[in-house]
Structures are given as C-alpha cells and as structure tokens.
Design a protein around this ligand. Sequence first.
Ligand code: 13P
Ligand code: SF4
Length: 342
Amino acid sequence: MLVTEKITAEQLYQKLKDVKIGGQVCQYSREKCEELTPLINEINELKREKNACILVHSYVTPEIIYGVGDYVGDSYILSKRAMETEATTIVFAAVRFMGDTAKILNPHKDVLIPGLNDGCTLADSINAGQVQALRKEFPGYTFVCYINTTAAVKAECDVCVTSSNVYDICQNIPNDRIYFLPDKLMGQNLVDELAKRGVKKDIRFYNGTCYVHEEYDAEQIFKVRTEYPNAKIIAHPECNDDIVKNSDYVGSTAQLLDYMKTAPDGEFLMLTECGLAGRLQVELPGKKLVGSCNLCRYMKSNSLEDIKRVLTQPTGRDRIHIDPLVMDRARRCIEAMFEYAQ
Ligand code: 13P
Ligand code: SF4
C-alpha cells in the first residue's frame, strides 16, 4: 500500500516515542519528530509525483520504516513485493544486494538505493570467480546461494534461498550433494537442521559471516536464562550453532516478528539486528526485550535525506545497473527459489 497521506509531528511522535535502541541513533523526542515530519511529507509527495514505491528492510531506522515505507519486511517478502508493485520506480532502503534483486526481477523499472554504505559482509565475502573455482572443485553439487550475494554470484549458482526458506529448499532439492554459500554459520545450522529432520545430504559450505550476527555468543543466552527464567530466546539463522541450538525459535526477521505476534506477552531476548527490536517496541509493546542488540552499519546508512536525494537527483551510483547477461542468469537462480518455495 503506497503511503501518501500527510503525517503530523504528533502522530509521528506517538508512533516512535517508545523506540529505544542503538543509543541516540533511534530515540525520538517531540522536537526530533517536528524536525523529521516536513521531510517525510515531502518524500511521500515525491513518491506520488514520480510513481515510486519505497521498500524497506526492518533493519533500517524507524523514521524510514514508519514515515515513508510502503512495504517493510524480510528479504523474501521484499523480493515478492518488488515483483508485485505497479510503481515504475523502486527505492530500496536496505543494502545493495537487495536493490540488485529488485532490479533482476524488474529489469524495466528504475531501482534506486539510498544507502551510502551499501555493502554487507556476507555479500562481499565471495565473488563470481571464486564460485566458478568452487564449481570445478565440487562437480555434481547443486550450488545454493543465500540471497545476501551479488548478482554476479547468483548468476553462477543454481538456486537462491533466504533465511525464511533455506532449510526447506535444501531439503527439497533433488540432489544429495549441496554447496551452500557464503555464510558458514548458516551453513552449519543447515547441516544440523537437515540431520535433525533425518535428511541425509553431503553439505559443504563457504566461510563468510555476517559481522552483526557472529558477535552474538551463547553465553548471553545462559545469563538471560538465569536472570529471567521465563524469557523466550529467539534468533536469526545467521547466528552460530550454539545459539541456534539453545534458542526457543529461529527464523528470518519476518518469521521472528510473526512468532512474537502470537507469543504470550513476557520477556524476550532477540538475537538479530536492533531494527527488529525497534519494530517490537512500536508494534508489540507488551513484549519486554531483555539483553542488548547489535546495529548493522550498512542498513543504518540509509537516511530520509538520501531517499529524497535519490528521488530528485539520483547519481549513477544510486541507480542499479546490471549487465543484461548476468541479470538473466541471476534471475534463473532467484526464480528457482520461487519454484521450490511454492
Ligand atoms: P532476512 O531475510 O531475515 O530479513 O535477513 C536479511 C539479513 O540481511 C539478515 O542479516
Ligand atoms: Fe549483511 Fe549482516 Fe548487515 Fe544483514 S545484518 S545486511 S547480513 S552485514
């Protein structure tokens, strides 16, 4: 749904006043909301004029999510929304690989990315040449890539997955030899989960990590369980296997939010990027978060100012451009995911 109505500073403040994450980065006073509101209204007006829609990952700042975001979600849901939108311009407030995915699925649309620091430690950990070398080393393996990869890497792989479908898709692939890349922590979790399901496959994986999720340590879980014996622990599958084994629920950012929606109110330790904690503070105030969370410097490099800038004066760097041949091959890899996910 495109957000185009005008918002008042008081409405924004009422929405964001309970957000308390990341020190001063995401805290909202009435004065701050008064400063943000004219820019939010200007962006929403620009969207209408330019037939643009803004896709937002849950890890970006709350003023973007609740001020100008038309669709907010995880990588899988946002890639679906990118295909469904009738807008001719997509602004993707997230990181570059997500903008790449939107462009691959919408080659005739203008896809703009406002993030100034648009990398991702996972997507940057492997390149196409390295995948080609691995394919020679592991012939007969199905190459499965996490969506956190560049278009060129996807072009060299067979099937793409996201954190919401990695286990089911790898189980369903009709090959018992799988090479998963680039996340070694998710790779180990995949091995463990398939073993738990009684699925016998030879799974190899690459050695990338997400710098935000690898920081979490199972020690945090044990401390929280001592202090808050009834707390539920929920984690993203980019965390290490010790965390995953000791958590009550593991899933993508959207799955974690859905889990919280149906869970009884109480205490929760949430082991993922802080943006999701912000969404809970706005949408599910009955859930009390305990422990701390880590920020992703890439996701947090999106700003309202840069969203306005890319809508009015985009530079070559803001606009996604992918070689058509790479785009066609990468699209096959993403479409294979949609087929398996059905
Ligand atoms: P989700 O698909 O779960 O939103 O994860 C994306 C991501 O970058 C996690 O670090
Ligand atoms: Fe990449 Fe980690 Fe940031 Fe997600 S949280 S975008 S995996 S660096």
